[in-house]
Each structure stands twice: as structure tokens, then as C-alpha cells.
Design a protein around this ligand. Sequence first.
Ligand code: RFL
Ligand code: PHB
Length: 395
Amino acid sequence: MRIPSSTRVGIVGGGPAGLLLARLLRGAGIDCVVLESRDRTYVEQRQRAGILEQATVDVLRSCGAAGRLDQEGMAHDGIELRWDRRTHRIDFPGLTGGRRVRVYAQTEVVKDLIALNLADGIPVAFGAQVLAVEGADTERPVVRYGLDGGEQTLTCDYVVGCDGFHGVTGRSVPESVRTTYERVYPYSWLGVLAEAPPSCDELIYAHSPRGFALHSMRSATVSRLYLQVPNGTDPADWSDERIWDELDARFAVEGDWKLRRGPITQKAVLPMRSSVTEPMRYGAVFLAGDAAHIVPPTGAKGLNLAVADVTVLAAALTERYAHGSARLLDAYSDSCLRRVWRAEHFSYFMTSTLHTDPDQSDFETRLQISQLDRIATSPHASAELAENYVGPPIG
Ligand code: RFL
Ligand code: PHB
């Protein structure tokens, strides 16, 4: 594919944020180019999120990217919380006026968007490693990138950094005008993919004295499971048997509930972090998705926030090109940050309520149990959790 040397919107990063932004801009007739450092197979196989909010599904539908999602995505009307060998179900539609979420893997969202974008002739360059974004405070910022052993440039009206937490676009914003708020957690997740049918129709979030555990799924035959582990854990230290035994111990409830076991096909350790960089815009450079903010995955918000950011940005760029008005572009950072901070709080709340800090006192454990009891007995407390989990409408 020929990559032009200039375009209206240069998109750095071809994860869900960059790929969806390209699709929304194309729908509005705005030219763009996506530069992605990795190859297509790598991007399509990277195991990550699984939960799509209703608003995320609506955006994917609106741009014709929900064909397979509507066929294969699993509607989920609730989650189960477990603690103290007890269980409590949160009923989303009943607590939120009919809203629910869907389980559809990020890998599948990415595959669908790549196929559609390439079929529509949107330039998506794989193996294009962006080295720097220059002239953020000028009218024609330039993206410098390496491709096939050579160095190229892309001149744009606007550059959007969708290049994730370790991306380079954020560095084009001078340190003096950006502030990063951050929290690193004293534990990680060991995430595994198993060829085993889900052990329950819904996700299970378990608090236990041994640490947190999460039961999720990818299909009728594949389970996705997570265990809280110490930072610095080597996945090689966890045999399949050790993983299943630990999951059984953490999910234990009164009665004889057991997980369905099967071969483990992938194992990875994921650090947990909360981070927000403000503002999300500097001159002609915008940041979206993980490039601007990170949440610990306990709230299932990261992918949904990335989708919300680029939906707001696509509407703003559309107004700019259709009517010449920069009003929505000027409002972009503030309007995204309101949603971002709500999701940050919820993700922090879910994480700190369900995990066991290595230095945690018995007093703090009793507070966690009290909070979980409150959710189970108060319709207000469970509605608060349900509303945050299903997420607000975008805009
Ligand atoms: P991504 O997906 O990291 O994509 C960034 C892309 O930019 C590329 N890139 C570059 N390209 C060119 N030049 C450079 N210099 C570049 N530097 C980087 C990268 O190769 C990559 O392709 O960010 P994006 O698009 O903002 O999407 C964010 C989501 O991926 C992330 O928030 C979610 O996966 C978070 N997350 C979850 N979110 C949910 O909404 N629901 C969930 O259930 C959920 N579960 C999870 C998660 C994240 C997890 N991890 C990995 C911590 C579960 C896990 C385990
Ligand atoms: C997942 O299915 O990967 C998943 C689901 C819910 C979370 C995090 C990850 O909170």
C-alpha cells in the first residue's frame, strides 16, 4: 500500500483507538493515515480486554463495524461478586434501567476494524515505527517514522497519538504544559487463556484472603482467567496445575462449586497502574486512549475509554472540516477528562476493594468485607456499581 506524505489527520498507533478513529473519519470524508509499529498478526493476536459497554457497541454499529460482534458477542446482564465464601449477583438491567454489557474480545474488535479499513482503502501502515512528532504548536505538524529500513515523513493538519502507554506522541507535548497523575499498585495480574468452557455464564470477581481472582471468557469453549500475583512474578513459576489449584481456592464458596479445567494456551503477567495526563491536547496534537490514560483492568474500562475518546474527537474534527468551527476541538480535552476521571475512580474502587495489598492490615480487610456486604444489601450501593460498570452514554 502506498502511504502518502501528507494527509489531514495523522494517526499514530493502530490499536482499537487509532483503527476506530480512522474508520469514523473516513465515514465523515476526512483523509487520514494510520502508522502502526507492529505487524498485523501481532496487533491482531494481542490478548487484552473483553468487555464492551453498550455505548461502545453503539459506536461500532454506527460505523458498520459490529457485524460479527452482533453475531458472536455474548450479552451479559450481570456479574457475580464473591467474598467470604459467599456470592452476590449484580443485575445490570434491573439496576440501570435496562443496560447491559457484551463480552467480545479486543482481538476481534481489532481484526474487524483492520479488515474494514483496508477494504475501504484507508492507508494503514504496519511496521511503521513513529520516531517523533514535530511542530505540535504549528499549523502543519510532521510525523517522522521508520519503514522498511528508511525514514519517512507525514505532514498533517492534526496528529492524534493513539500509541498507547509507551507511545512517543505524548513526548511532543512540552513537560511544562502537561501534568501526569499516577498510581502504581503493589500487585499484578497473571492472565491465562484456557481451552475450557466457561464455568459460569457470567464474570466472577472474587475477593479472598489469598488475593483477587477473575473468571471471564472468550467463547463457549475458551475461558479467560486472572489471578492477583506479586509484582515481578515470572509466569514460568506457575505450572498449569498450580494455576488451577489457586483459582479453585480463591473462587471457593459454600457448596461444591468447581472450575472447569483445560489446557492453558497463554500466560502473561500484567502490571497494574492508574495514570492520567492532562490536558489531552497540545496545539495540533491530540492524545486518545491509553496514550492519555491508563486504568487497572478490574473495572473493564480501558478499551471503552479509548472508544469514547475517539468518538468525541471524530465528531470534533468533523465539525472543524464541515463547518470550519474549532469549538468542539477546543472542548475535547475537558469533555473526555470528565468521563476519564469517573472511570479512574471506579477502576480504583474495584481494584482496592477486591485485591489484597501485601501490607494490608486485618482492619483494612474488614473494611473491604464491609464494603462488599454493603453492595450486597443496599440497592443504592449495587446500583452505583452497576451504573459505573455499564458506563454512561458518550457525549
Ligand atoms: P493500544 O491497544 O495499546 O494500542 C496502541 C498501539 O500503538 C502502537 N504504537 C506505535 N505505533 C507506531 N509508532 C510508535 N512509536 C508506537 N508506539 C506504540 C502499538 O503497537 C499499539 O498497536 O492502545 P489503545 O488503542 O488506546 O487501546 C487501549 C486498550 O488496548 C486498553 O485500554 C485495554 O486493553 C485495557 N483493558 C481492558 N479494557 C476494557 O475496556 N475492558 C476490559 O475488559 C479490559 N481488560 C485491559 C484488560 C488491559 C489489559 N492489560 C493488557 C493491562 C485486560 C488486560 C489484561
Ligand atoms: C477480560 O475478559 O479479559 C476481562 C474482563 C473484565 C475485566 C478485565 C478483563 O475487568
